[in-house]
Design a protein around this ligand. Structure first.
Ligand SMILES: *Cc1c(COP(=O)(O)O)cnc(C)c1O
Length: 332
C-alpha cells in the first residue's frame, strides 16, 4: 500500500478505518451494543458487548470483505473474487460479491459446518462462474489451492485476514462501539489470523490514546501468543478446538506487526470455558453466539482478565453455528 509509510510502517492507519466506515455506511448493519447486569456483577466492571453475531451473514467478516471488494477495478469485478475460509469469510465474500454483482469462487474445508456451506451456496445461487471448492484442512494447503485457482482463472484473491482493506473493514466494528459508548479502558477481541484485532486496535488507539487492547485465542491454538513472546510469527499445527473461526496456524505478515505494536497481550481460554460462555449468552442475553464468537467474553466471564472498576468493550464476533451442534453444546 502506497501510504504504508504514513502509518509508522504498519499496513493500515486510522484514515483507512474511516474510509472503510464510509464505504460500509448503509450496507453493513450498525450492530447493537448490549449490556448485562449479571455479567457486570460477575466481573466487577462495565461490559459493552458489540454484537457482530447480528451483522449481515452473521459475523464481522462482512465488513472486511465488502470494504475490499468495493475497491475492485471494473476488470477485477468482471473476473471475480476467490477466497479460502473456514466459513465466515467465505460467506462474507459470497454476499459482498453478490451485492457488487461479481462471481465468487470459495475454497472451503470439507468439514465446514453445514450451515456455513449452505449459506455460502445460497449467496452464490444464480451467479455464473461462482462455485465452492472443498479441501481437507488437515492435509491440504488452502493458500496454495487459492493461489493456483486465482492464477488459472484470473480472479483476485482476497485473503481472510492478511490484507490491508480487510483489516480496515474489520476495524469499523470497534470504531462504532467506541463512538457509541464513549471512551473505554479496555477492549477485548478474539484472535484468529489477527485481522479483526489489528483493525480494532488501530481504531481504538486512534479514539482513546492509552486504551488497552487484549486478544483472546483458544488454548489449543495460541500461535499469536507464542509469536508475541518470541518476537516473530510462529507457525503451529491446525489446532483442534471448537472455535473453528480461530483454527489459524499463524498470524499474518500484515496483521502481526500491528498486534506487536498496539496489542498489550494475548490470553487464552479452553473449549470448556467457551461452552459455558455460549450457555451464558443463550440463557442470560438471549443470543446465539458461535464458539469463536465467545472467546473475548469467556476471558472476562471466566475471570482470566481482571476488569474491576473498568469500562470494557467486548467484540462478540459471530453467531453462525449449526443448530444440531449448538444444541449439543447447550445440553450435555
Ligand atoms: C474469522 C473469525 C474470527 C477471527 O478473526 P481474525 O481476523 O482471523 O483474527 C473470530 N470470530 C469469528 C466469528 C470469525 O468468523
Amino acid at each position: 500500500m502506497a501510504s504504508a509509510a504514513s502509518h509508522d510502517g504498519l499496513a493500515i492507519g486510522p484514515g483507512d478505518i474511516e474510509r472503510a466506515a464510509a464505504r460500509l455506511e448503509g450496507v453493513a448493519h450498525r450492530t447493537p451494543v448490549r449490556t448485562s447486569r449479571t455479567a457486570d456483577e460477575r466481573c466487577g466492571g462495565a461490559l459493552y458487548f458489540k454484537c457482530e453475531n447480528l451483522q449481515r451473514m452473521g459475523a464481522f467478516k462482512f465488513r472486511g470483505a465488502y470494504n475490499a471488494l468495493a475497491q475492485f477495478s471494473p476488470a477485477q469485478r468482471r473476473a471475480g473474487v476467490i477466497a479460502y475460509s473456514s466459513g465466515n469469510h467465505a460467506q462474507a465474500i459470497a454476499l459482498a460479491a453478490r451485492l457488487l454483482d461479481m462471481p465468487s469462487v470459495l475454497v472451503m474445508p470439507v468439514d465446514s459446518p453445514r450451515s456455513k456451506l449452505a449459506a455460502t451456496r445460497g449467496y452464490q445461487a444464480g451467479r455464473r462462474g461462482s462455485e465452492i471448492v472443498l479441501y481437507d484442512r488437515f492435509r491440504e494447503d488452502r493458500e496454495a489451492i487459492g493461489a493456483r485457482l486465482a492464477a488459472e482463472r484470473g480472479m483476485t484473491l482476497v485473503p481472510p485476514y492478511d490484507d490491508a482493506q480487510v483489516m480496515a473493514g474489520q476495524g469499523t466494528a470497534a470504531a462504532e462501539l467506541i463512538d457509541e459508548v464513549g471512551p473505554l479502558d479496555l477492549l477485548v477481541v478474539c484472535v484468529g489470523g489477527g485481522g479483526l484485532i489489528a483493525g480494532s486496535a488501530v481504531a481504538a488507539h486512534a479514539r482513546v490514546p492509552g486504551i488497552e487492547v487484549v486478544g483472546v485465542e483458544p488454548e489449543a491454538g495460541n500461535d499469536t501468543q507464542l509469536s508475541l513472546a518470541r518476537g516473530e510469527i510462529v507457525h503451529i499445527e491446525t489446532p483442534h478446538t471448537i472455535a473453528d473461526g480461530a483454527q489459524t496456524q499463524h498470524s499474518g505478515r500484515l496483521t502481526f506487526p500491528v498486534i506487536q505494536r498496539l496489542v498489550a497481550r494475548i490470553e487464552t481460554v479452553s473449549d470448556e470455558q467457551l461452552v459455558r460462555t455460549m450457555r451464558f449468552f443463550a440463557e442470560r442475553m438471549k443470543m446465539v453466539v458461535e464458539p469463536t464468537g465467545c472467546l473475548a467474553a469467556a476471558a472476562l466471564l471466566e475471570g482470566t482478565i481482571d476488569v474491576h472498576g473498568r469500562r470494557v468493550g467486548v467484540i462478540v464476533s459471530g453467531g453462525n453455528v449449526d443448530l444440531a451442534r449448538y444444541a449439543g453444546f447447550l445440553v450435555d
